[in-house]
Unconditional design. Structure first.
Length: 176
């Protein structure tokens, strides 16, 4: 594990790679470590990963604030946390009965420096990037996407149910 710099949380069927630790609850997919992602802390020392990939997993977990605190613990200073999750307007967000959360463009702001409610967590991040992703026709993928990402608050309050987003992408940098 000393050569590993990436933690793939909820790795699914991702193939083994040098420098990547694959963590998943399902032993049938043969991850590097079988672990219930809701069981905290994870079996790692502090500050050992430079990046965590959490793709289509966060919406399944019981306690997002505690999970982000755990990610913060195992990431190195300035480490990168990448998250994808269905947008709350996407039908996929509600179809899967294992989804516990339906998240917004602004859901992770609560963990970022300067947010008025960031005192609820000791884990601090800097928002490096975020994006609303659309699928479907060219109109959705270009025009709606451009407008929604330019004015996400207006989009989520007024247009999300008319032009549903597909998923959200976030890059958060650890502040230690």
């Amino acid at each position: 594990m000393s050569n590993s710099s990436i933690l793939s949380v909820g790795c699914g069927k991702r193939k083994s790679e040098i420098g990547v630790v694959r963590l998943d609850i399902c032993q049938d997919i043969n991850p590097d470590i079988v672990w219930d992602l809701n069981k905290l802390p994870y079996p790692f020392e502090d500050s050992i990963f430079s990046k965590i990939e959490c793709f289509d997993v966060i919406e399944h977990l019981q306690d997002i604030p505690r999970t982000l605190e755990e990610f913060h613990r195992v990431l190195k200073p300035n480490g990168l946390l990448q998250i994808t999750t269905p947008h709350f307007s996407c039908a996929n967000s509600f179809v899967d009965p294992t989804h516990k959360w339906h998240l917004s463009y602004f859901s992770f702001d609560y963990f970022c420096e300067g947010h008025k409610l960031s005192y609820y967590s000791k884990a601090k991040y800097r928002m490096k990037a975020r994006h609303l992703q659309f699928q479907g026709n060219r109109f959705n993928r270009s025009i709606v996407s451009r407008l929604a990402n330019k004015s996400p608050e207006f989009y989520e309050q007024r247009w999300a149910w008319l032009f549903p987003a597909w998923y959200l992408y976030f890059e958060l940098e650890v502040i230690k």
